[in-house]
Design a protein around this ligand. Structure first.
Ligand code: SAM
Length: 339
């Protein structure tokens, strides 16, 4: 093992037996481990491995994990962060898409933190198709996420794993800023609003390029999310997310225009917005997730049959005598949508 440097991790809850410190991975170790399995890091899988013990310790400290936490780590890679996590938590469930890395991880843990092996579950799988049945359910996510899929992976995990209460992820700095942005800020967009459905997100630090091998072309940021209940609404999450997607697909347009396709016409969008108490001249970038939920509740054709779903722009819909909007009998669909 090249360059063993035991780092003084404080591993034990008061009154428990001392645990031998984990031996964290440095640059020489990372290169040697990669060479041992013939691994050339690929961009496609976002393989930039942390080569600095101080950085993984900082991530674990910032994640504020507790001894009874079950931590989901997406993409453990060569084990840099896993080694720093294992001493401090009850279990790490490590999900790795690259089979060579998934196979090597238990060996690395056995050599560098033998006491951690029985707290580690390694799953060789794409995180997007993760099925945790039969496992402990994670209480936290701590990960250096593959950058090209960071947002979908994070949102999918939050959607599928309601037991997760806290998240600390390292992502591309620009993505971190988007996840943590608040209404009205330049970076506010789809990831910000959708993340806010699940919890309150904040920037928890920036990380330079030199702590990785290979060094990425962008800086990185830490994002912390504390889970909270979603907004109280009669709309489903999918219905709310559909409004968010529509509003930001044309983010410089007013909501009246941006939501025309979603509502069926600009006029119907205006009615839905007014009923939700939102100014139709406002833009999506000024609304919080609760306001998007209120709009979703007002979708005009929520209760209508299939053939009343929105028409393509400029298409004509034949008048239908039996059509009624039961919640708003005074409103009629315009057969020529004013798009
Ligand atoms: N955690 C390690 C570290 O900090 O050094 C490696 C982080 S590296 C940025 C991302 C890791 O995620 C790689 O090991 C890559 O193979 C893995 N990965 C990429 N896409 C994945 C996916 N869809 N599901 C699970 N793991 C994935």
């Amino acid at each position: 093992m090249a360059g063993l440097r035991p780092l003084p991790l404080h591993l034990n809850a008061p009154g428990t037996q001392p645990v031998t410190p984990a031996v964290l991975l440095g640059a020489t170790d990372i290169r040697a481990l990669a060479a041992s399995i013939d691994l050339t890091p690929t961009k496609t899988l976002g393989q930039n491995f942390v080569i600095d013990g101080g950085t993984v310790q900082r991530i674990v400290r910032t994640a504020n994990v507790k001894p009874d936490d079950v931590v989901l780590e997406i993409g453990p890679g060569l084990g840099s962060l896993t080694l720093a996590l294992l001493p401090d938590v009850q279990r790490v469930i490590a999900v790795e898409i690259d089979e060579r890395l998934a196979k090597l991880l238990p060996e690395t843990i056995a050599q560098r933190f033998p006491g951690g092996l029985d707290r580690l579950t390694v799953i060789h799988r794409d995180a997007m198709s993760l099925d945790l049945r039969g496992n402990d359910f994670p209480t936290a996510i701590v990960a250096n996420l593959p950058y090209n899929v960071a947002v979908p992976v994070l949102l999918t995990m939050l959607a599928r794993l309601p037991t997760v209460r806290r998240v600390l992820v390292m992502v591309q700095l620009e993505v971190a800023a988007r996840l943590a942005a608040k209404p009205g800020e330049d970076d506010y967009g789809i990831p910000s609003v959708k993340a806010a459905w699940y919890g309150s997100a904040r920037m928890a630090g920036t990380i330079g390029r030199q702590v990785f091998w290979p060094a990425p072309r962008v800086d990185s940021g830490l994002v912390a999310i504390d889970r909270h209940d979603p907004p109280q609404t009669t709309a489903t999450r999918d219905q709310v997310f559909a409004v968010i997607d529509a509003a930001f697909a044309q983010r410089r347009k007013t909501l009246r225009a941006a939501l025309a396709g979603w509502a069926g016409s600009p006029a119907l969008a205006e009615i839905a917005l007014r009923e939700a108490g939102i100014d139709p001249g406002a833009r999506g970038e000024t609304l919080d997730v609760g306001q998007f939920a209120r709009i979703a509740e007002q979708r005009p054709h929520q209760d209508l049959p299939e053939d009343f779903l929105p028409l393509p722009p400029n298409a004509r819909r034949p008048p239908r005598a039996d059509y009624k909007l039961d919640r708003r009998p005074d409103i009629h669909l315009d057969p020529q949508p004013d798009l």
